[in-house]
Design a protein around this ligand. Structure first.
Ligand code: ASP
Ligand code: MG
Length: 418
C-alpha cells in the first residue's frame, strides 16, 4: 500500500481537486491511503472563528463562519450537481460546528480550538472523497479521530502509538482506497485533538508506519526538497536524493519543507519518502531514504528571521560559570524563548534567540538586574549545510556579520541587514 498526502494548496479550488483526481488515476490509485489537509488557508479562518468566539465578537464570528460556508459552497457548486448528496453532508458538518458553539460551556482555549479547527479537514475530506467516487475512484472515507489516538494535550497532542497502531491495523482495509484527514486525531475520551499546525505530513507518516507502506508521497506546490527556500533565495535547486538524517537536520535548522515529526516513524521502517510537485508530474521530485549520499551534493541554505542576538556578562566581569548558565537558561525557559545558537567565552555568553512570541523585552527587564546584558534585535540566522567558501561569502555579502560558528558540515552566521 502507498500513502499519499495532499496539503491545502493542492485542494484549494475545484480545479485543484480535479488535478488530484487525475494524479490518483495516473498513479494506479487502487489500494492507497490518501491523507488530506484543510482546503487552501482554511485553518487560519477556523483559528479566527475560535478567537472571535472566545472574545465574544458576534459580528466577526458570524462573518468568518459565512466566509467558510461560502468558500466550500463555491467549490462544491463547481464540482457537483445541485441534487448531489454532498450538499446535505456538508450542511450536517456546518450545523454540527455551530451547534457545538451554541451549546458549549467549556472555557479552555486549546480544547475549544481543536473541537472547531477540525472541521477544516472534515469538510475537505468529505468533499474530495465524494468527488473521487463520482469520477470513478471509489474510496472509503474514514474519521482520523477514531484511528490516530493521542493524549489529551490539545493543540499539541502526542501519539499513543500502541492504540493508534491497533486501530489503524484493524480498521483500515488495505485492498481499497481510503481517504482520511491529516492533522486531527482523538483522545481516549472521544475528544478531538490536533497534532500542531502543518501536522498533516506527520499524520501521513503515522499511517505509513502503521500500515508498513511501500512508500509515502507528499505532494507539494514546489518541485520537491530544494536547497533553499524560494521565498528567500534566488535560483533554488532541487535535491534529487537525500537521507532521512539530512531532512531532520534541515528541519531542525528551520527549513520548512516537511513537518519534522514525519521522518522518525518512516525512518524506523525504512519507508521511502517522495516529495513531488502536484503541478508538474514530469518532475520526479526528491527521494528521501536511508542512503547517505546527497544528490546533487550542494550547499543548502536555511534562514531564521526575527532573531535577537544577546550577550550576557556578569556585572563584575567575573567569569560566566555553570551556575550562571543554568540561571540564564531558566529565564529563557520562563519566557518561552527558543535558543538557536550559543557561543561562550570567558566573560560573556552569547545566544541567538527566536523572538516570535515577542517575550524578549520581559526577559531583558528581569535579566538586566542580574547581568550586564546587551542585544541586537531583528537579525537573521543563516545556516549553510555542506558549506563551501563561495556559499559562505554569499551569506556574508547580505549584511554585517555579527557572529559565526563553523562545524564540520554546518556553518551558522548571524547577519544584520544593512
Ligand atoms: N490544516 C492544518 C494546517 O493548516 C494542517 C496541515 O495543513 O498540515 O496547519
Ligand atoms: Mg498545510
Amino acid at each position: 500500500m502507498k500513502v499519499f498526502k495532499f496539503g491545502g494548496a493542492s485542494i484549494g479550488s475545484a480545479e485543484a481537486i480535479k488535478n488530484v483526481a487525475s494524479i490518483l488515476s495516473q498513479e494506479d490509485e487502487a489500494n492507497c491511503l490518501v491523507v488530506i489537509s484543510a482546503m487552501g488557508k482554511m485553518t487560519n479562518t477556523f483559528e479566527n472563528i475560535v478567537n472571535f468566539y472566545v472574545n465574544n465578537d458576534q459580528e466577526k464570528l458570524i462573518e468568518s463562519i459565512d466566509f467558510i460556508i461560502n468558500y466550500h459552497t463555491k467549490i462544491i457548486n463547481d464540482l457537483f450537481q445541485d441534487e448531489h448528496k454532498i450538499h446535505q453532508k456538508v450542511t450536517i458538518l456546518f450545523d454540527e460546528m455551530t451547534h457545538f458553539l451554541s451549546r458549549n460551556i467549556a472555557k479552555e482555549y486549546d480544547y475549544l480550538y481543536d473541537q472547531i479547527v477540525c472541521y477544516g479537514e472534515l469538510l475537505s475530506t468529505t468533499i474530495v472523497s465524494e468527488y473521487l467516487n463520482d469520477v470513478g475512484i471509489s474510496n472509503s472515507w474514514r474519521d482520523a479521530r477514531e484511528l490516530v489516538i493521542t493524549d489529551a494535550v490539545f493543540r499539541d497532542a502526542s501519539v499513543n502509538w500502541v492504540e493508534t497502531e491497533k486501530h489503524i491495523k484493524t480498521k483500515i482495509d488495505t485492498s481499497i482506497t481510503t481517504i482520511v484527514q491529516g492533522f486531527i486525531a482523538g483522545d481516549l475520551n472521544g475528544n478531538t485533538t490536533t497534532l500542531g499546525r502543518e501536522g498533516s505530513d506527520f499524520t501521513a507518516g503515522i499511517f505509513a508506519y502503521c500500515l508498513d507502506a511501500e512508500s509515502l508521497t507528499i505532494w507539494k506546490d514546489v518541485p520537491g526538497v530544494l536547497n533553499a527556500d524560494p521565498r528567500e533565495f534566488e535560483d533554488p535547486q532541487l535535491l534529487e536524493q537525500i537521507s532521512y538524517e539530512e531532512t531532520i537536520e534541515m528541519a531542525f535548522y528551520g527549513a520548512s519543507v516537511i513537518h519534522p515529526k514525519t521522518i522518525k516513524p518512516i525512518q524506523n521502517k525504512k519507508i521511502p519518502l517522495i516529495v513531488r510537485s502536484f503541478k508538474d508530474l514530469n518532475s520526479k521530485g526528491t527521494k528521501v531514504t536511508n542512503k547517505a549520499e546527497m544528490i546533487p551534493h550542494i550547499p543548502c541554505y536555511i534562514v531564521k528571521k526575527n532573531q535577537v542576538l544577546v550577550s550576557i556578562a556578569s556585572l563584575d566581569f567575573s567569569f560566566i560559570v555553570e551556575e550562571n548558565i543554568s540561571e540564564i537558561f531558566k529565564l529563557f525557559h520562563k519566557y518561552q524563548l527558543k535558543v538557536n545558537l550559543i557561543q561562550n567565552s570567558a566573560i560573556s555568553f552569547s545566544v541567538c534567540l527566536d523572538n516570535n512570541l515577542n517575550h524578549f523585552d520581559q526577559l531583558f527587564n528581569e535579566m538586566k538586574v542580574l547581568y550586564n546584558v546587551s542585544f541586537v534585535k531583528n537579525v537573521d540566522l543563516f545556516t549553510v549545510r555542506h558549506f563551501t567558501e563561495n556559499s559562505l561569502s554569499k551569506i556574508y555579502n547580505l549584511g554585517t556579520s555579527l557572529l559565526s560558528q563553523i562545524n564540520k558540515n554546518t556553518a551558522q552566521v548571524i547577519i544584520q541587514k544593512n
